[in-house]
Write a protein that binds this ligand. Sequence first.
Ligand code: NOJ
Length: 539
Amino acid sequence: MQRLPTPPAPPAPVPQWWRDAVVYQIYVRSFSDSDGDGIGDLDGIRARLGYLELLGVDAIWLTPFYTSPMADHGYDVADPRDVDPVFGDLAAFDRLIADAHEHGLRVTIDLVPNHTSSEHEWFRAALDSAPGSPERARYHFRRGRGPNGDEPPNNWQSVFGGPAWTRVQDPDGSPGEWYLHLFAPEQPDLNWTNPEVWADLEKTLRFWLDRGVDGFRIDVAHGMSKPPDLPDAREDREPSHDGERWAASVVEPDPRFDHDDVHGVHRMIRAVLDHYPGRLVVGEVWVGDSARFSRYMRSDELHLGFNFRLVRAPFEAAAIRTAIEQSLAAVAGVGAPAAWTLSNHDVSRPVTRYGGGVTGLARARAMALVELALPGVVYLYNGEELGLPDVELPDETLQDPVWELSGHTRRGRDRCRVPMPWEGSAPGFGFTSGDPWLPMPPDYGKLVAAEQLEDTASMLSLVRRAIELRNTHPGFDGEELEWFGAPEGCFAFRRAGTTLVCALNTSTDVVPLPPGEAILASGPLTDGMLPPDTAAWLA
Ligand code: NOJ
């Protein structure tokens, strides 16, 4: 009898490297400029890889660097498979990936599947084509309401302000259909019932995976699918996806987001990634309901979903503890790690959010220790490690589309996007030799990275040491938390089965520290006591 050939060994299981990783978000425009045009770029990032290695992060997330007219600074993508000249070119991207890998850093990139730029060839073709044409069917074009179709097809508002619909002319020049854009008019929403749209995203995924990326962050991962009849939203609704008014109460359901069919899109993305072991997909999921949120992290969908509960929590121990417990509970049932974030390019920076000045900085330092003690994935936003505050920018320098689209009622997100101060005291602070795209305030000179690296009391030194301990101390093993009794306005927790305790004091009183030796503290500790606005790790 002929013997059957031995079947090939199954592929070795690839560890989910991200399960306890620290990922550093780079807002590409604001990180480091290599050519003096005042805008950060890919070669600029490459020149700073040594800094990221020193900081100790495991991976970077690059915000969109694709061809774009920059109506929303890259989140309006005209060609998702090419690099915008302002950021470099594909060769610069390949150099960056290769060097990052040599520095032991994984590279994840942003994908924007909810919408394209209005300069995308598909949208230009849609405008040149007649209502009902296949070109228009890749987007959401509808006739308007009212006798002459003069009113938008429904009452949806854009996240940035104003109606979510813009009217176009028919090819013959007469007033025509309206198209849907949940963000700026330059960001038309794609129609995710159209197979061409699916095929194109799959092509984009493979394009970058084949170039060696280690994963993706999916923009508006709770968007994409829309209810087929596009029903009106409740008139009394607060915006549930609003980067600027992040503290607004979430009122769901919101017909613009979290439609059930979006899960099919995530299953497609995951199926592609499963052919590339060890690659990560994380989604931006602004869904407040825990049960609905966790559906995005089912075993055949996203690996991770950003949890924004910590961003929303005020600096109060009880609220922070609730945010942590709810976040952990949300993902526990689906076996995904939590993905923590205190800061990103859409929300006010922690130092400012927690009160600004000395107090805001003390609290931001304390929260960095809390976040880095948690099980799961920690996302740090560039400049968070320097304790940068928001910058109050003059009106005439504002660039976020939110400013114009809200009729100058919301100043937008530029305040948390001011470029990184690297070194020196001259304007530009090592970010650029030219004029930075947003003005950098003179007092950034006190926060430059080069000096903070030398100063053991700086926020940068604190974050660096915390990441080092997180990576090496056995107190960070395990994924479950145990909470201790603590005075009013305080909490203390440790990973179950370990001895490292993280204690936080958000009250106005000095309180006794839990037992143990303090191995790291966000501020000075005196005589076994934990002062207000301070956190400590005790072993
Ligand atoms: C979420 C991104 O984080 C934000 O910056 C962008 O404006 C919107 N999605 C639209 O793409």
